[in-house]
Design a protein around this ligand. Structure first.
Ligand SMILES: [Zn+2]
Length: 251
């Protein structure tokens, strides 16, 4: 299985092991830190930690990490130029698989500027982008995110993440992939299953978004198992828990 969105640096050695023994072979880990950085050097060190230290730590437990890096709306910094230079270098060297996670959280001109510029970079490089949607004002913010994405990047390059039953109608007919996050703070297994029953299993990928907050490292295997119990076809379970992410990110 593939967990399509986690924050590996927030979890323990033992959590990596539990994911691997529960059948998660690969996880896509995104850049995000729970407090604001004071400068670009700290953010670049965060990137390096994920690419080097965390990849190695996961491998020691049988888990492969694929890396997405970018400037999360909560991690906006003033001197961003070195970060954009680093992202370009990492894209060209194929050291990351996507820009992410990026998006809008509280909203405002500054967040929108960083979001738009990173989408433009992804579009220019024909590179994938993982887009965060917030918990608060979700539908309103999603509508704005959709507008900005459609104006600045080929939508086929984009995953809009943390989609739930309340907002899915807004994006389900677009060309985006949709991230379905099963997490105690966001959505339970039964809601994810209702999404697959009502909207099908194409262009959707499960993830746990495990972070520094209350999370469930086993939410992808638990959802896949519940789908099996409820009689979903093997092929559909595989799509949302593995093959959709595998094909989209070419991993
Ligand atoms: Zn996240």
């Amino acid at each position: 299985m593939i967990d399509s969105h986690i924050h590996c640096d927030s979890r323990s050695f033992e959590d990596y092991r539990k994911m691997a023994v529960s059948g998660v072979s690969t996880a896509i880990t995104c850049a995000y830190y729970p407090y604001k950085f004071t400068n670009s050097t700290t953010l670049l060190d965060h990137f390096r930690r994920i690419r080097e230290f965390e990849k190695e730590r996961a491998l020691k437990n049988g888990l492969k990490l694929e890396v997405a890096l970018g400037i999360h709306p909560s991690n906006i910094i003033d001197n961003y130029v070195p970060v954009f230079d680093e992202l370009k270098k990492l894209i060209h060297n194929k050291e990351i698989i996507a820009i992410g996670e990026i998006g809008i959280d509280s909203g405002g001109a500054e967040e929108e500027k960083f979001f738009k510029n990173q989408l433009l970079l992804a579009d220019e490089e024909k590179f994938k982008a993982i887009v965060h949607t917030p918990r608060k004002n979700k539908l309103e913010t999603l509508k704005r995110i959709k507008e900005i994405v459609l104006e600045n990047i080929n939508p086929k390059l984009v995953v809009i993440d943390h989609i739930n039953l309340n907002v899915i109608a807004e994006v389900v007919d677009e060309n985006f992939q949709l991230g379905i996050t099963v997490q105690p703070e966001k959505m339970d297994v039964s809601e994810a299953i209702a999404i697959f029953k009502n909207y099908g299993c194409d262009k959707k990928m499960l993830n746990s978004d495990v972070s520094y907050m209350r999370s469930d490292i086993l939410s992808v295997p638990k959802t896949a198992n519940e789908m099996k119990i409820q009689g979903f076809k093997e092929k559909d379970i595989e799509k949302v828990s593995s093959s959709n992410a595998k094909e989209f990110f070419s991993i």
